[in-house]
Design a binder for this molecule. Sequence first.
Ligand SMILES: *Cc1c(COP(=O)(O)O)cnc(C)c1O
Length: 368
Amino acid sequence: MRQILEMKVMKYNFSAGPAMLPAPVLQKAQRELIDWQGLGISVMEISHRDPIYVQMTEEAEQDLRDLMAIPDNYSVLFMHGGGRGQFSAVAQNIAAPDATVDYLNSGIWSGYAIREAKKYVAQVNEVAQVAETPLGKAIPPVSEWNLSSNAAYLHYCPNETVDGIALHEIPDVAAPLVADMSSVILAEPLDVSKFGVIYAGAQKNIGPSGLALVIIRNDLLATQQERVCTVMNYKVQAAEKSMYNTPNTFAWYLAAEVFKWLKAEGGLAAMSELNHAKSSLLYECVDNSSFYRNTIAPANRSMMNIPFQLNDSNLDALFLQQAQAEGLLSLKGHRFVGGMRASMYNAMPLAGAQALVDFMTRFANEHS
Ligand SMILES: *Cc1c(COP(=O)(O)O)cnc(C)c1O
């Protein structure tokens, strides 16, 4: 136990996902693993229909509603299949087969979502793509998007986890907004009432992988399609309180603990402050050096996933090796982008960002 505690202080995990979880949550889960709520068994070994488990799920939903100020006319679903499961679930549930749907293509995850939607919906219209500008890669303003007049929804990914590109304004469009918030949910306060559907795979900022959170405006449940595979059917899962079949009970429990931790830490306003502070530290370090670079236009830079490159890529391997030796883990960039990427979700303390920046400054001084 002591050793694990000490390890948690020394290692900073910059993994994009599955990602770092808050140490107090993991320690509580460890304590409770073989005896949950005095039952003498673990939370994984109890029926999901047991009142004590159901109560936990109700508290989880209420805590999430409190954290995000989710309006009463929205349902909260805890579903299977992670983020990508929702790529098809959204297209099937919200659009008819002959519908038109709009997608912003702002990066790799948007591209995957578009490809999946094409299997289920006749017209998948890409409204805009990332463009090279003098300031770097940027998302064109909404006024330049090629919007359909009859779209069943507009899908976008506010934070592209791989590319490190973010859209910080909520698009003002007529169609219901569907947002893949896998890597940015709970990172800052959000006006949920602007959205039709918000979904997120859990393994970045919520809990273990496999679980997906869906927040859906109730009128969209009414339009959904009966043909949808039942475990992925929003209307059924809303009616069954996400227990049409056996949910991922342990992931749900851990998510519930993360929500409690977030509340105790001061909620999303506190997270926003922390996340802005961490990302500012790193961007300043990159911008103030001729050793590192980031190719995203400042207005579209991600607060959560920060790709950066060494101007001399021959030093990449040494950078990663020395970072790892100092306890700075998982900084290798995605294979599609190359270079480095630092993902800093809610669980990453400011000290982690500071340790990374200190290391980067030292490394640059030693090798310039
Ligand atoms: C990680 C991620 C996904 C995929 O999540 P899975 O749970 O692996 O399916 C989808 N969208 C975004 C934005 C992500 O970051």
